[in-house]
Ligand binder design. Structure first.
Ligand SMILES: Nc1ncnc2c1ncn2[C@@H]1O[C@H](COP(=O)(O)OP(=O)(O)OP(=O)(O)O)[C@@H](O)[C@H]1O
Ligand SMILES: [Mg+2]
Length: 250
């Protein structure tokens, strides 16, 4: 991999919580446009690593580079401006607002970055277009006027993904986007994640092995804060170390 292909780089990243090293000297390069599945047992450090990349865990050793520039000191909002978007293990929507209202807020945040609303003549049109695009992409058009909190959990996660995608991040960090989704909605949710991954670099944490193996081009395996293996889904499935620390325990 040439340096030009690397969009995100972890350089000797270590995160300590007291005596515990949640991340222990991780070195890993993420190539532009690839989908990475991050797996590992509970407590392996997956969410912590995503937090480090998203700018939500600034207390760490080592460095995070984006397009070759050290972004270790930048907070989440500054990283979002560089195209890093993330969703959370726990849904972050406004349950008392409608689906369209939720999306409109995300659209306002996106456009306020680029232009102050009072000088933008077609501001409202732009917001409405973004909302409509995301409703269509997430399959939520028929639910646009539903209260977000009253929808099924699966649809709430779809909305959450829409909120994350709306600013068109180049790099998408997804922490267990399928957690809590019922069996009947998994297939649809998987399709949506695949669609959202097109043209982006994606880091996906997911405990559902079938889903993560199907969606990812590269699997990165963590255990005890370390990257213990990485490779294609096929390579990782047959790696004896991975089988013993992770797949074997299932
Ligand atoms: N803010 C914190 N303070 C103290 N310890 C923490 C904190 N956040 C995480 N940890 C610890 O760091 C380790 C890694 O946690 P992390 O949440 O990154 O794991 P994970 O791989 O995402 O696990 P899971 O699959 O259960 O979500 C765990 O031992 C966890 O208890
Ligand atoms: Mg986690």
């Amino acid at each position: 991999m040439t340096d030009n292909n690397i969009v995100l780089r972890c350089q000797n990243v270590t995160v300590s919580f007291g005596a515990l090293k949640a991340i222990d000297d991780v070195n890993y390069d993420f190539a532009t446009g690839k989908v990475y599945g991050l797996i590992g047992p509970n407590g392996a450090g997956k969410t912590t690593l995503l937090n480090v990349l998203a700018g939500r865990q600034l207390q760490h050793q080592g460095a995070v580079l984006c397009d070759g520039a050290d972004i270790s000191r930048l907070g989440a909002n500054q990283r979002a401006r560089r195209g890093i978007g993330r969703s959370f293990q726990i849904t972050k929507i406004y349950p008392e607002m409608t689906v369209a209202e939720n999306l409109r807020i995300a659209a306002q945040i996106k456009h306020s970055r680029f232009m102050p609303f009072w000088i933008a003549p077609r501001y409202d049109r732009k917001l409405a277009d973004d909302v409509d695009d995301m409703l269509e992409m997430t399959g939520l058009t028929a639910h646009r006027n539903d209260l977000a909190g009253a929808m099924s959990y699966g649809l709430q996660r779809a909305l959450e993904l829409g909120l994350t995608i709306l600013p068109q991040p180049r790099i998408l960090l997804l922490d267990e986007p399928l957690a809590g989704i019922g069996h009947h909605e998994i297939e649809q949710a998987t399709r949506l994640i695949r669609k959202a991954s097109e043209g982006r670099t994606v880091l996906l944490i997911e405990h559902n092995m079938d889903v993560i193996m199907a969606l990812s081009e590269q699997i990165v395996v963590m255990s005890n804060g370390r990257v213990i293996a990485a490779g294609t889904p096929q390579q990782v499935r047959t790696d004896p170390l991975v089988r013993s620390v992770y797949l074997g325990e299932e």
